[in-house]
Design a protein around this ligand. Structure first.
Ligand SMILES: *Cc1c(COP(=O)(O)O)cnc(C)c1O
Length: 488
């Protein structure tokens, strides 16, 4: 018998709508289960390997069966990140419009490296980029790129910075590379995010080129020290400031730093992965005063804007430097000339990539300017409620000034801090992550999810009270099981 290709490979002859409608049901069931299921995963790595593992199948499997099996096998290994009681790292949830647009992004399967491979995707990015400039107070002509996250946004922005400061020193880095180039200095706070160093490393700028500026008790750069360091050496300089320190949420004094940068003709880059979203709030915007004067900005839509992973954004006040650092050409790439459509490939470090603009566009449309401001302000208010509630728990000490959505705290000693954290996470009631602060263990709560409401905060505080009040039935403070302290 002569089987057609589709028959032979058991591929449906028509669009398999059943796969997609059933998948939508599975998705909704999961979201609805978040209120009752534990927030942390319940399976161990061993369980997950056996649930998901096994030999590569020799023969095709029906698509619906594949999806149903995957959902079933993965379930106990899923973390309730979209839940209103997930406070780990700084992750954020997914707004319904953004998640739905992200589904369409997969279905449409556009490849917006170039306009020709996704005209609507390219124009959606153009529109969302312009909206974001307005929302965040960046210059009207700032260039932008849709990237996986702030790590890659740093890479994009700092490549533009490298081009710009070396060009001012008479060196063409795209042509000549770094061999023999004037040395670049990077001045940054001692409490910067690790992704800054890694972006610099990718750009051929190693640790030895970093000048670490001491920070105050809230992790803010000491600006007079920055000024002194810049004055001491006139090499091409890049300053990396921070809007929202990962533990405390503290903001560098961007206005003062922008003054210093202007005096020294240094490039000012801002790591505002989550903190820059405060620029959208009239009530909180004072925290980022002066940020609009920077040369480049990195932030994440997948954190506080609640776009699903992954979604990072790079903005640059010097489109020529940005383009010089990122553009690419090859004979087969069809690209327009001046006045033609924007070609995203000239602004991103990636060649092929996902059409991230659709979900960002949907998030911005669904919230509007007031909705973004309200989301940022509401989550900050929940953080303050947490700080007040935690401060009433015996032995708990709040370590930061709660300026935005981050709360940092610890208990009497490292052992107690770890034990309380483990008990809360193991209770399944809420999830948060641990950290080290000033050489001692601490717990961080980041309220970054649009779903978090008063009930979630109350339920989480209750979990802490229970964890502190409960006697040690096992008689030890062992750190085994799926302790949060064992996560990356
Ligand atoms: C999350 C974060 C980063 C890294 O961003 P990714 O999106 O994970 O690449 C950089 N800086 C700060 C302050 C962050 O919070």
């Amino acid at each position: 018998m002569d089987l057609s290709f589709k028959d032979q490979w058991r591929l449906p002859a028509v669009v398999p709508s059943e796969v997609f409608t059933r998948t939508a049901e599975i998705a909704v069931e999961w979201l609805q289960s978040l209120d009752s299921r534990p927030i942390a995963e319940s399976a161990t790595v061993h369980d997950l390997r056996s649930r998901l593992g096994g030999p590569l199948p020799r023969d095709p499997v029906d698509p619906l069966e594949v999806v149903e099996d995957l959902a079933r096998a993965a379930e106990p290994g899923l973390v309730g990140i979209p839940s209103g009681r997930y406070f780990g790292f700084v992750l954020g949830g997914g707004l319904p419009a953004a998640v739905a647009a992200d589904w369409l992004t997969s279905v449409w399967d556009q490849a917006p490296a170039m306009y020709a491979c996704g005209p609507a995707a390219a124009v959606t990015e153009e529109v969302a980029g312009a909206w974001l400039r307005q929302l965040l107070g960046f210059p009207d002509d700032a260039s932008f790129a849709f990237v996986p996250g702030s790590q890659m946004a740093h890479l994009t922005c700092l490549a533009a910075a490298r081009h710009h400061v070396l060009r001012a020193a008479g060196w063409d880095v795209e042509e000549l590379g770094l061999n023999g180039a004037p040395p670049i200095r990077v001045l940054t706070g001692a409490r910067r995010h690790a992704s800054v160093d890694r972006a610099l490393r990718f750009l051929g700028i190693g640790k030895a080129s970093l000048t670490l500026i001491p920070t105050d008790g809230s992790a803010r750069m000491r600006v007079p020290r920055l000024r002194e360091e810049l004055a001491a050496d006139d090499s091409p300089a890049i300053i990396c400031a921070q809007a929202g320190e990962i533990n405390t949420g503290a903001f560098d004094d961007m206005d003062a730093i922008a003054d210093v940068a202007a005096e020294a003709r240094a490039w000012l880059h801002i790591d505002g992965a989550f903190g820059l979203w405060t620029a959208a709030s009239p009530a909180l915007r004072h925290l980022v005063k002066g940020a609009g004067r920077a040369d480049s900005w990195a932030l994440d839509a997948h954190k506080w804007l609640n776009v699903p992973y992954d979604s990072g954004l790079a903005f640059c006040a010097h489109p020529q430097a940005h383009r010089a650092a990122m553009s690419v050409s090859a004979d087969y790439l069809v690209q327009g000339g001046p006045g033609e459509p924007r070609e995203p490939i000239n602004w991103t470090p990636a060649f092929s990539r996902r059409a991230r603009g659709f979900a960002v566009y949907a998030a911005l449309r669904s919230l509007g300017q007031r909705g973004v401001a309200e989301l940022v302000e509401r989550t900050c208010a929940h953080a303050r409620t947490f700080a007040e509630g935690l401060a009433d728990i015996p032995g708990c000490r709040i370590l930061n000034e709660v300026v935005i959505n981050q709360v940092l705290f610890r208990f009497e000693d490292d052992e107690t801090t770890e034990r309380v954290l483990r008990r809360v996470v193991d209770s399944g009631e809420a999830y948060m992550s641990g950290t080290s602060f000033d050489g001692r263990r601490a717990i961080r709560i980041s309220v970054s999810n649009w779903q978090t409401d008063d009930g979630d905060v109350a339920r989480t505080l209750e979990a802490f009270r229970n964890a502190v009040g409960r006697q040690d039935t096992d008689g030890s403070a062992d750190m085994g099981g799926t302790s949060a302290s064992h996560r990356p």
